[in-house]
Design a protein around this ligand. Sequence first.
Ligand code: FAD
Length: 446
Amino acid sequence: MKKIVVAGGGHGGIAAASLLAKQGFDVTVYEQHAETNMGHDWTDIFAPGAFSRIDMPMPDPSLYETKENMTFYGPGFHTALRQDIPAEKLEIKMERRDIYAHIIRCAKENGAKFEFENAVLAPIVLGDRVAGLRTEKGDVYADLVIDACGLDSPVKKGLPAVCGVNADVGKNNQFYVYRAFYDRATQDEVQDKYKVCLFAENILGIGWVATEADHTDLLVGRFEPFDLEEANRTANYYRASNPSLGTKVVRGGQFVKIPVRQPLSKLVCDGYAAIGDAAYMTVPIIGSGIANSFKAARMLADTVSEDTDGAFSAETLWNYQRRYYKELGNSFAVLACVKEALTVFTPAELDYLFDNGVITANDMSIDADTTSLIGILQGNSIGDYKKKVMGAIKDKVLLGKMLRVGKKAAGVMSVTSRMPRAYTKKAVDSWVRAYEKAISKSIQES
Ligand SMILES: Cc1cc2nc3c(=O)[nH]c(=O)nc-3n(C[C@H](O)[C@H](O)[C@H](O)COP(=O)(O)OP(=O)(O)OC[C@H]3O[C@@H](n4cnc5c(N)ncnc54)[C@H](O)[C@@H]3O)c2cc1C
């Protein structure tokens, strides 16, 4: 029986373990934390349809509720862009620990094994093939290693250059996040319960203030690390305009990181496939990654089962990458251009886009499942996009930036559309170079 090991109990890794164990593979997940201490002490929002993609039932309805529409603000808080997503398309909100308990239980029922409290230290590489994992409790060899160890995966970082998997996250490609649930200081009715503030105080990043029945959820995400003193100062800043935000931290209160970038340029090599945050599968800008990881797990499991010889080589795993980019990655690469654009606009320019209808509430109807912000760039064509921004923006400097965003996105789309159908090292290396070059082209300079 072919042996598969999963490094880290990330959502996608557990989902892949579940699907592959059900198919008859011998699958073990190696996770650093105890089973009772999985995930963070807060809630997540994601598209519930993702459970059916990984053949798991919906959790008990008492464990989740429907999320509400969000309201977006530019730096100056002049204009509120209110999402209007129909109720049946809204995502669900669920405790992260309950999500983990549900998927671990389903994976175990399908035959997946777990080794908790066993940290992965590095990959075992023989020649140019990943052959297993070095863990705290000893070496394990396998026919395939699935890397679900998150953003800073020691497996990905330990791969030799010959594998061609680039572990460098890159500048402005991860959010440093502080998240805490505070008590509710007032019980007054709040009009916009889920607020997302872009570049408040003219600091590059986002703030999320969500008023719940018994607490207010604050998330501060920035492109540069910050400390607790700064987090507390920022909480005070939000308190001034959000009286429901109390001062007592009732849950969370941790610093974490979220990737906000294009997907990894090469998801596979011989004996290895990356999934979840290890492969940067979050939606750039908003950082949702759970549903995408589930979908990727299905694509990976299908690809693995099609490899009837069990070679699990870069060549046979390549279809996983093709599937992922076709369904999600190509769009996320374009959204990564939008994210970069946000870092080159001045706060006044960003306000201009909000205030003059260049960015609309419809554009912000972005969630983990759809990427409608992409509409800003794609429209029906890049030509439409050009027409739209040229008609709406009078300021020449801002117009120039917007046109360069469109040009860059068109360049990225052109490269992603040329991803090799079949794997040859030469063709894939050349594509990876072209993709990384298109992505790294600066909107400022191009
Ligand atoms: C504050 C915050 C809020 C978020 N909100 C949402 C949301 O609302 N909706 C949404 O869809 N997404 C959200 N995300 C993103 C989401 O958490 C991830 O995209 C998703 O969990 C997929 O990441 P992952 O499971 O691959 O990685 P991770 O969540 O990082 O999980 C990696 C797993 O590997 C384990 N691990 C790491 N290193 C080792 C090691 N050396 N040895 C063994 N095990 C190891 C970790 O303990 C962990 O269990 C949020 C992220 C953060 C930080």
